[in-house]
Ligand binder design. Structure first.
Ligand SMILES: Cc1ncc(COP(=O)(O)O)c(C=O)c1O
Length: 379
């Protein structure tokens, strides 16, 4: 089996799995005042310190959540509420955000906020100048993803962060595809809020975090029992959080070496797949996630391509996993100007540190032959 779907989820890092196992024995509730509770609270604190070290912030600026969707929803809803309290109701984002962001924004729109989605051009990016031009006196929140989950474009988050700080506007980024894959320093990039999700960087599913800059006082999405300093109620997922922290530490530790290897694999595949007639690379060829390869093949049914590759033991995806099964062409591909017909013939390969050069060659052979076969069959 060749796994090339790391944008959907990643293999659990063995060190993270080991650290989680130890938590099954130490099952205390971190809010309990006895010895078992104190030990669990200690594990939670260590994880918070580790995560803060990896992101360049203070431990109390990390709030644990159940993953990317919750983190994005909280950041947006709470950020919007802060704005509304000051009479500001304009929110700026982009057309190609993940549904976790777009659907939260849709809800806010239904509640009276004005949501403006910036276009992303043919490469799938926005500039700081575009953001600056769209800012209004009543803009309360800017939310722009760090890197796109489908086409891998990396956005100029540092520049946009500096701009928002200068204008005094709250800045959130959905960093789910970027954290653990790119060097990130929340302070240098002037981020106020950053969402991350453990299962995208070798951690377990169903756990994540939001970096909340000190001084930004977000109302909770889940008030509950006041955990996480009143910012996120609910008994903490201690094993999940511990696994997430170890996975992030491991990802950051190997980042340079892994990036070099994965980028070389990606570029080899991009140049090989470009040889297929009537194929087009989607996304920014330069500012691109190390493992992302996204191509559209004219005259090919993406679902048939995926099924045949699956039959050869290659795990890949079309649009994002979240929209798999959808009959509509991906909103991301539409946003960069692909026709619905071309968008339907799209393949996303997301490589990771486990992939070998031999696997890269095998993927190239299989995709080239399968595209040819499907075209001959008229599918
Ligand atoms: C960019 C982006 N944001 C948010 C999410 C949602 O994260 P989670 O699966 O942890 O809810 C994903 C998941 O694919 C994503 O790629």
């Amino acid at each position: 089996m060749i796994y090339a779907d790391n944008g959907a989820t990643t293999r659990l890092n063995p060190a993270a799995a080991q650290a989680m196992l130890a938590c099954w024995e130490e099952y205390g509730n971190p809010s309990s005042l006895h010895e078992m509770g104190r030990r669990a609270a200690q594990k939670l604190w260590q994880a918070r310190e580790t995560m803060a070290g990896c992101l360049g912030c203070q431990p109390n600026e990390i709030v644990f959540t159940s993953g990317g969707t919750e983190g994005d929803t909280w950041a947006l809803r709470a950020g919007a509420a802060l704005g509304k309290a000051q009479g500001k109701t304009h929110i700026l984002s982009t057309v190609f955000e993940h549904p976790a962001v777009l659907n939260a924004l849709k809800q806010l729109e239904g509640e009276g906020f004005t949501v403006e989605l910036l276009p992303v051009g043919s490469l799938g990016t926005v500039t700081a100048a575009q953001v600056e031009e769209a800012l209004r006196p009543d803009t309360c929140l800017v939310s722009i993803m760090y890197a796109n989950n489908e086409i891998g474009s990396i956005l100029p988050i540092g520049e946009i962060g500096t701009l928002c700080r200068t204008h005094g506007v709250l800045f959130h980024s959905d960093g789910v595809q970027a954290v653990g894959q790119l060097p990130i320093s929340v302070k240098d990039e002037n981020l106020d809020l950053l969402t991350l999700s453990a299962h995208k960087f070798g951690g377990p599913k169903g756990v994540g975090a939001v970096y909340v800059r000190e001084g930004v006082s977000l109302p909770p999405l889940l008030p509950g029992g006041g955990q996480e300093q009143g910012r996120r109620g609910g008994t903490e997922n201690v094993p999940g959080v511990v696994g997430m922290a170890v996975a992030l530490e491991e990802s950051v530790k190997n980042l340079e070496e892994r990036t070099r290897r994965v980028t070389a694999l990606r570029d080899g595949l991009i140049s090989g797949l470009s040889q297929i007639p009537d194929s087009v690379l989607n996304g920014d060829p330069i500012h691109r996630l190390p493992g992302n390869v996204n191509f559209s093949f004219a005259g090919v049914e993406g679902e048939s391509l995926l099924a045949l590759l699956d039959g050869e033991g290659i795990c890949a995806s079309g649009g994002s996993a979240c929209s798999a099964g959808s009959i509509h062409p991906s909103h991301v591909l539409t946003a960069i100007g692909r026709s619905p017909e071309l968008a339907r013939g799209t393949l996303r390969l997301t490589l990771g540190g486990d992939n070998t050069p031999e696997e890269g060659e095998e993927i190239l052979r299989a995709v080239t032959e399968t595209v040819e076969l499907l075209r001959r069959m008229g599918k």
